[in-house]
Write a protein that binds this ligand. Structure first.
Ligand code: PFF
Ligand code: NA
Length: 444
């Protein structure tokens, strides 16, 4: 059977934006930003998104479109060496680690969405009574596992349906819905009492944070930048493998990064005013996975019409999480389909069965969850991207330039050579350096 391609020009961009926009923008981003002192960290993160992330995205597109294969097959075919196939295998492995915790958080979201909706229909929202205890219940035991399985099943359904009929169709209506709901929510949030303080938190540019702890911030900022752009596990290689030759990669890459940033900032404009209305500084609620859920649930509980707003909010988060999870699952599915000739259905059930178990471990064990969602994922992504960049710079070399220029406009062609130098030399050096600072800071 011929390999599928995206049916429409925007199909690829929307699917890639769907991958990028996710829990990273709405859940992890406010949490990490608050933990690291606010807008100065934000500036650092944005610089990395555009200086490292966009060139990195383009490198992944070049690999995927040139090879028209999953990450393992792509690195092996393009290099002619099985060793590089193993490097691709590392990406697939990382994607399984990632989806294991991602699906758990996706499950929490579905539960909050369900309870909010129930509140709209019946007039009483279960988690309003005691947000802290509710989060405890949602994130532990049988419930956490059950909702993780529901989320994973939804994800698998879309992946089984394929590129055009599944992923492309799903993301084509999900992305506009996310955007419209977020704009509405941000407008509504601007009327809340905490809005002024929240904007000040964004705009208060306290550079002392950076001066005092530049190297301490580098790891988290880089980790978050890669995470939000879905870099380092092979998603963008996989999605680009379904791409035709006539697309301008630089144009698509820049569009994806810009749209993703817009959604991130919009999410902050919703989340921070809510937290500040409650009188909590985002960093103060205690940080970590639950802070945002508890803080926001508390805020929704206190505002008139909170159930409706909560439903809209958790609908956004659920759609964003789902479209990202789809892109993560597609990595290992495409691997099994390409390399072992499985049907999409067989491949998705195989991977799904595996992740059902590994996700359940994350759902049940807070220590495992914290380690995976925080440290491990940052390290895997950084390492994975560094390896891919070295591959593009040193193994593909000239071929990468040829692929990069296909379909690119004059600007794209002009930046192609500096791009390859950055990809082969500057960015891997930067990534390895951030990894070292991460270990160094953790060891202190
Ligand atoms: N970009 C997603 C987010 O911000 O939530 C997370 C992600 C998706 C990371 C897909 C990596 C990936 F391959
Ligand atoms: Na998403």
């Amino acid at each position: 059977m011929a390999r599928e391609t995206w049916a429409t020009r925007v199909g690829f961009i929307l699917a890639a934006v769907g991958s990028a926009v996710g829990l990273g923008n709405i859940w992890r981003f406010p949490w990490v930003t608050a933990e690291n002192g606010g807008s100065a960290f934000l500036a650092m993160y944005l610089s990395i998104v555009f200086l490292v992330g966009v060139p990195g995205l383009l490198a992944m597109f070049v690999v995927g479109r040139r090879a028209k294969r999953n990450p393992v097959g792509a690195l092996r075919e393009l290099s002619g060496s099985d060793r590089w196939g193993f490097a691709g295998g590392f990406l697939v492995f990382s994607s399984l680690v990632l989806i294991s915790f991602y699906s758990v958080v996706g499950g929490w979201i579905l539960r909050y969405l369900g309870e909010s909706l129930l509140g709209v229909l019946t007039g009483s929202v279960p988690y309003f009574a005691d947000p802290g205890a509710s989060f405890g219940a949602a994130s532990a035991g049988f419930d956490a596992v059950a909702f993780h399985l529901v989320f994973l099943t939804l994800t698998a359904f879309v992946v089984v349906a394929g590129i055009r009929r599944g992923i492309e169709v799903a993301t084509k209506w999900m992305m506009p819905a996310i955007f419209a709901l977020l704009v509405g929510l941000a407008a509504w949030a601007s009327t809340q009492s905490g809005a002024a303080e929240a904007y000040a938190f964004y705009l208060r540019f306290d550079t002392s944070v950076i001066r005092e702890n530049f190297f301490g911030l580098l790891g988290p900022a880089a980790g978050q930048a890669l995470f939000t752009l879905s870099l380092g596990v092979g998603t963008m290689i996989t999605y680009a493998s379904y791409l035709d030759e006539d697309r301008s990669l630089p144009f698509d890459g820049a569009s994806i990064a810009v749209l993703n940033t817009v959604v991130g900032v919009l999410a902050g404009l919703v989340v921070f005013p809510l937290l500040f209305s409650l009188g909590i500084e985002p960093g103060e609620t205690g940080t970590g996975a639950g802070a945002l859920f508890v803080g926001l649930a508390g805020a929704f509980a206190q505002i008139p019409g909170g159930a409706v707003v909560a439903t809209a909010f958790f609908a956004v988060v659920a759609l964003a999480a789902l479209s990202s999870a789809i892109s993560i699952l597609e990595i290992s599915v495409s691997f099994l389909v390409d390399e072992y000739d499985l049907s999409r259905r067989r491949a998705a059930t195989t991977v799904g069965g595996f992740v059902a178990v590994t996700g359940a471990v994350c759902a049940l064990n807070t220590a495992v969850f914290g380690f995976v969602a925080g440290t491990l994922v940052d390290i895997l992504l950084t390492l994975g991207l560094a390896v891919c960049l070295v591959f593009v710079g040193w193994v593909m070399g000239r071929d990468a330039l040829v692929e990069f220029r296909k379909g690119a406009g004059p600007v794209g062609r002009a930046v192609s050579t500096p791009w390859l130098f950055a990809v082969g030399v500057l960015l891997p050096t930067f990534l390895v350096f951030t990894l070292l600072t991460t270990f160094n800071v953790d060891a202190e």
